[in-house]
Write a protein that binds this ligand. Structure first.
Ligand code: NAD
Ligand code: UFG
Length: 345
């Protein structure tokens, strides 16, 4: 089949030039499907499109647009013969969402609403949604299964919960919809080519991007937010998942959408790793130092959070393949490759 033809059914990736979307594009293409990226570039760069083309080995279709633009969505869905949507577009900074709640409700919730209307108009009713472990709020039991009670501790989390509810209502109303809500734990790492990865604006909030900047000498030291948690070494525990494993989970979900009405599925490794364990692994596999100092707990942080990923294995036939060491190695390769690209010589 000629995968470059616009007649070939395609998978639309909203937020496709972002961190996770760009990795999904590679896995979608590897699975023999045609990715079409749709992004307003509010938190990513157009240069990702060319780099994806070089990883995949052929040009990738890109539409610059906003998910709230219903007309452009409808045109894109029709012109590219879209058969399913992977919906990643959204704002994701927890702290910023507290400062600008309306921007988050507008972009994430209204944006999803407009996109669903456009999909319905075009008869495209298959969707994989980027949800988050944030919908579990403060964990009441570990590991976290999909039946764990849902709550939100930030406007960002509220928007994810609201979208999950919207999708459930839609599913009840019309059995032609096929919906999968993927709840990610902590995605980190980068593609092994070093060509795509996470590129946050300004000072990173998340652990791995900050570790990278410290290892690269751009910041003096890492602040470890809290050394007095009831965990083996006193630091917070999370379920870090390699972004390429996460991407493969989306392809598995797209391929099984026909058998689903509306299902929520965790994507995680099932293993908890503490801040100090992650820093130690990073230093060991990359042979670099990550100076760090213990600080007070960061407000709003939970002690431990990790997935029970057994439903993903059962429903999607998917499990993670990559280790924390792989995550550290691939993230560092990406950091060095992007530093080399931006250096003047
Ligand atoms: P990202 O910011 O790198 O990617 C999101 C992309 O969406 C960006 O390229 C941005 O330009 C685009 N976008 C935002 N609003 C848009 C709009 N209105 N119209 C069109 N494009 C728009 O973030 P990411 O880490 O790749 O996250 C992707 C999705 O996964 C998000 O929905 C996020 O909430 C969710 N998620 C991420 C994490 C994480 O830790 N990275 C964890 C759980 C869930
Ligand atoms: N941490 C530090 N120093 C830093 C940054 C983080 O010690 O500079 C610690 C945190 O205290 C926490 C762990 O590293 O113990 C992970 O923190 P991240 O900020 O990387 O990730 P979170 O688990 O806090 O949050 C992430 C996403 C949220 C999402 C949540 C649940 O950023 O959007 O997972 O899925 F809601």
């Amino acid at each position: 089949m000629d995968m470059t033809s616009k007649q070939t059914p395609s998978i639309l990736l909203t937020g496709g030039t972002g961190f996770i979307g760009s990795h999904i594009a590679v896995e979608v293409a590897r699975a023999g499907l045609r990715p079409v990226l749709y992004d307003n570039l509010c938190n990513s760069k157009r240069s990702v499109v060319e780099r994806l083309g070089s990883i995949i080995g052929r040009p990738v279709d890109f539409v610059q647009g906003d998910i709230r633009d219903g007309d452009l969505m409808r045109r894109t869905l029709r012109e590219h013969h879209v058969s399913a949507v992977i919906h990643l577009a959204g704002l994701k900074a927890v702290g910023e969402s507290v400062q600008q709640p309306l921007a988050y409700w507008d972009n994430n919730v209204v944006g999803t609403l407009r996109m669903l209307e456009a999909m319905n108009d075009c008869g495209v009713r298959s969707l994989v949604f980027s949800s988050s472990a944030t919908v579990y709020g403060e964990p009441q039991r570990l590991p976290i299964t999909e039946s764990h009670p849902l709550s939100a501790t930030s406007p960002y989390g509220q928007t994810k919960l609201a979208i999950e509810h919207m999708l459930r209502d839609l599913s009840v109303s019309d059995e032609r919809w096929h919906l999968c809500l993927l709840r990610y734990f902590n995605p980190v790492g980068a593609h092994e080519s070093g060509q795509i990865g996470e590129d946050p604006n300004g000072i990173p909030n998340n652990l791995m991007p900050f570790v990278l900047k410290v290892a690269a000498g751009q910041f003096r030291e890492l602040s470890v937010w809290g050394g007095d948690y009831p965990t083996p070494d006193g630091t917070g525990v999370r379920d870090y998942i390699h972004v390429v494993d996460l991407a493969a989970g989306h392809v598995a979900a797209v391929q099984r959408l026909d058998g689903m009405r509306c299902e929520a599925i965790n994507l995680g490794t099932g293993r908890g790793t503490s801040v100090l364990e992650l820093v130690g692994a990073f230093e060991r596999v990359n042979g670099v130092k990550v100076p760090h100092v213990m600080k007070d707990r960061r407000p709003g942080d939970v002690t431990s959070c990790f997935a029970d990923p057994s439903l993903a294995l059962q429903r999607l036939g998917w499990r993670t393949q990559r280790t924390v060491e792989d995550m550290c190695r691939d993230a560092w390769r990406w950091q060095n490759a992007s530093a080399a690209r931006t250096s003047p010589d």
